[in-house]
Design a binder for this molecule. Structure first.
Ligand SMILES: Cc1cc2nc3c(=O)[nH]c(=O)nc-3n(C[C@H](O)[C@H](O)[C@H](O)COP(=O)(O)OP(=O)(O)OC[C@H]3O[C@@H](n4cnc5c(N)ncnc54)[C@H](O)[C@@H]3O)c2cc1C
Length: 519
C-alpha cells in the first residue's frame, strides 16, 4: 500500500508494529522479509519515486579533512536510495574482516563470517545474482580460461566478485512493496525527530515532515533506522531533545569511526609475456577476480585488508575524487569519465583489432593497478552536526574523513608484496606511485578516492563503550530501536558493502520476527 504523506491531514498519527525509516537497499530488504507476515509494517521514505532536487538538497553538508565527494551527491534521497546509482559489485567479507586483529585497534565484530553466510545466500536473491558460489575452482571448472596469476599461494590469493544487474531497488521492488497489503509505504515522510520514554530506554514515536508543511507522528513497537551511512548518524545526533548528546550516543560514539574504502589507482604492472588476465579484467561480466594478501601475511606485516584489481593501461581512468565534484549526483554520473574512456578504448581497440593480433586477442603488456583497502577504525574520522539546518529544520551533516598512520604503510606493503610476487614468479614488474615510497610520510595521496561506502558511524560491539549497536543491530540501552546498513560495520573489510549490509538486514528482519512473536 502506498500513501503520499503530503496528502494526509496535518498531524496524522500513523500506527504499526514495525516502523522502518528509509527505503533503500537495507530498508526495502527488511520490508520484503516482512511481506505477508501478520505484522503491519510502516515504511517511511523521505523522497518520492523519482529524483527531486529539493529533496536531495536535504542531504547537503560540509566536508573537512581528506578531500571527499560532496555529501549531497554521495547518497541518493528517494525510494530505492543509493541503489539508483550503485555499480553492483558484490563479494563476501572475508573471515578476517570480522576477527579481532591485535594489530588493528577496535577491530573485531561480535559476529563472524559464518554467522552471516546463510544470509549472504538469501541476499543473492534480492540482489539478483545467479549462482551463490564464491569458490574460484568452481568457476575455473566451468571456464578453464579463467586462469589465476601464478603467485605463491602462501602470500596472495584471488578473491572472487560477482555482479548484481545492478538491481535498482526503487524500480525492481516498487510494485511488490506498493501491492503488499501489510506494508504501508509513506513517501515524502522525512523523519526529523525521535521521541522516547522519559529515561530514553524505549522509542515511542518518530516525527516526519515534508514540504507540503505537514507533520505526522508514527508509533510502533519496533523502529529500524535505515537512512544510509552518513544519515543514520545524523538523525540520531539530531534527536537531542530528550538525550542531549543524541539518541544512542551516551558514550559519544554515534558518528565516530566513519570508514570508507580507500581507492588508489596508483601502480602499473608490466608483464613479461603479453597477457589477457581474463579472470581479473572488468570485461568478464559474471565473475571477476582480484588479488588479496593472505590473512597470515596481513598479520605478519600488521597491515590492513586490501584488494588489487587490474584494467588495461590503454583504458587508464582518472581518480574519482577529481571527477565526482558536482553536488548533483546525476551530473556526476553523466560526466563520469569512466564510461567515456572505456568507449574510447573500445573504439581504438576495434580499429586496431583488424590488423593487431594482440589487441584482437585481448593481450596487454601493461595494466593499471587499483588498490581498494579498508581503513583502520579512527574516532576522529566522523560525522557531526553542523550549525546550519536544512529546510525541514534538521541540522546538516558535517563529515571529517581522516586516517591513522596504518593506512599509508598498509598501502605500500600491499603493493610491495604484489611487486615481490610479480618479480619472484617471473610474471612481471610492479611500479607504484613515487608518492607512496617514503616510509616516514603518513599522508595518503590527495588522489585517494572512496567507493561511496559509508561505514562505521553506528558500529557494532558487545560492549556499549566500544559501539552503538549490539550483535543484533539493536542500539545499546534502547529496547526497541535498531539500525540497518553499513553504519553498523565494526570494520570495513576489503569488499564493497552492499552485499554484506543486505545480508545483515535480512538477519535483522529474522531477529525482529523472533522477538515480535515472543512478545
Ligand atoms: C556511484 C556509486 C557506486 C556504488 N557502487 C557500489 C558497488 O558496486 N557495490 C556496493 O556494494 N556498493 C556500491 N555503492 C554503495 C551502495 O549504493 C550503498 O552501499 C547502498 O545503497 C546503501 O544502502 P542503504 O539502504 O544503507 O542506503 P541507501 O540505499 O542510500 O538508502 C537510504 C534510504 O533512506 C532514505 N532516507 C534518508 N534519510 C531519511 C529520513 N530522514 N527520513 C526518511 N527517509 C530517509 C533515502 O531517501 C533512501 O531511500 C555505490 C554507491 C555509489 C554512489
Amino acid at each position: 500500500m502506498h500513501i503520499d504523506a503530503r496528502t494526509l491531514e496535518n498531524e496524522t498519527i500513523i500506527e504499526g508494529d514495525i516502523c522502518i525509516v528509509g527505503a533503500g537497499a537495507a530498508g526495502i530488504s527488511i520490508a520484503l522479509e516482512f511481506m505477508n507476515s501478520p505484522y503491519k509494517v510502516i515504511l517511511l521514505e523521505g523522497g518520492g519515486f523519482e529524483y527531486e532536487e529539493r529533496i536531495q538538497e536535504l542531504y547537503d553538508g560540509k566536508t573537512t579533512g581528506q578531500p571527499y565527494y560532496p555529501i549531497k551527491s554521495s547518497e541518493l534521497h528517494y525510494f530505492g536510495g543509493t541503489t539508483g546509482h550503485w555499480g553492483g559489485m558484490c563479494a563476501l567479507f572475508d573471515p578476517i574482516a570480522f576477527q579481532k586483529r591485535d594489530w588493528v585497534d577496535k577491530s573485531g565484530w561480535p559476529i563472524t563470517q559464518e554467522t552471516l553466510l546463510p544470509y549472504y545466500e538469501r541476499a543473492h536473491v534480492y540482489l539478483e545474482i545467479n549462482v551463490y558460489e564464491y569458490n574460484l575452482e568452481y568457476w575455473q571448472k566451468k571456464d578453464p580460461s579463467l586462469v589465476s596469476i601464478p603467485f605463491d599461494k602462501e602470500w596472495v590469493w584471488t578473491k572472487l566478485w560477482q555482479f548484481s544487474k545492478p538491481t535498482r531497488f526503487g524500480t525492481r521492488y516498487k510494485e511488490t512493496i506498493v501491492n503488499a497489503k501489510n506494508i504501508h509505504l509513506y513517501t515524502y515522510a522525512n523523519m526529523v525527530d525521535i521521541t522516547s520514554n522519559e529515561n530514553v530506554s524505549e522509542i515511542k514515536t518518530v516525527t516526519v515532515k515534508n514540504y507540503a508543511g505537514k507533520t505526522h507522528r508514527v508509533s510502533a513497537r519496533y523502529f529500524v533506522i535505515a537512512c544510509a551511512g552518513i544519515q543514520n548518524a545524523r538523525v540520531l545526533l539530531a534527536a537531542n531533545k530528550q538525550a542531549p548528546k543524541g539518541i544512542g550516543n551516551d558514550n559519544d560514539l554515534v558518528g565516530r569511526y566513519f570508514m570508507e574504502h580507500l581507492e588508489l589507482k596508483s601502480a602499473e604492472l608490466w608483464v613479461t609475456q603479453k597477457s589477457e588476465l581474463k579472470l581479473y579484467m572488468n570485461e568478464n561480466p559474471r565473475v571477476h577476480g582480484e588479488l588479496a594478501v593472505m590473512p597470515k601475511k596481513q598479520e605478519e606485516y600488521q597491515i590492513l585488508n586490501g584488494i588489487i584489481s587490474f584494467t588495461a593501461l590503454e583504458s587508464k581512468t582518472p581518480n574519482y575524487i577529481k571527477t565526482w565534484t558536482n553536488s548533483d549526483p546525476r551530473e556526476n554520473l553523466r560526466s563520469h569519465p569512466q564510461p567515456a574512456y572505456k568507449a574510447l578504448y573500445h573504439q581504438v581497440k576495434d580499429y586496431f583489432k583488424s590488423f593487431n593480433s594482440d589487441i584482437k586477442n585481448n593481450l596487454h603488456q601493461a595494466f593499471q593497478v587499483t588498490l581498494r583497502m579498508e581503513q583502520a577504525p579512527n574516532p576522529l574520522s566522523r560525522v557531526t552536526l553542523s550549525d546550519e539546518k536544512d529546510e525541514l529544520g534538521v541540522p546538516r551533516a558535517s563529515l571529517n574523513w581522516s586516517f591513522t598512520s596504518m593506512e599509508k604503510r598498509s598501502i605500500r606493503k600491499n603493493y610491495e608484496i604484489i611487486g615481490q610476487q610479480a618479480g619472484a614468479s617471473g610474471f612481471g614488474r610492479l611500479k607504484f606511485l613515487e608518492e607512496l615510497w617514503d616510509e616516514k610520510d603518513d599522508h595518503v595521496p590527495s588522489t585517494t578516492s572512496g567507493g561511496w561506502h559509508h561505514m562505521g558511524t553506528t558500529r557494532m560491539s558487545d560492549d556499549p563503550k566500544n559501539g552503538v549497536v549490539d550483535a543484533d543491530c539493536k542500539v545499546h540501552g534502547i529496547n526497541n530501536l535498531f539500525i540497518a546498513g553499513s553504519s553498523c560495520f565494526t570494520t570495513g573489510g576489503g569488499a564493497n558493502p552492499t552485499f554484506t549490509l543486505v545480508a545483515l538486514s535480512i538477519r535483522l528482519a529474522d531477529h525482529l520476527k523472533d522477538i515480535a512473536i515472543k512478545k
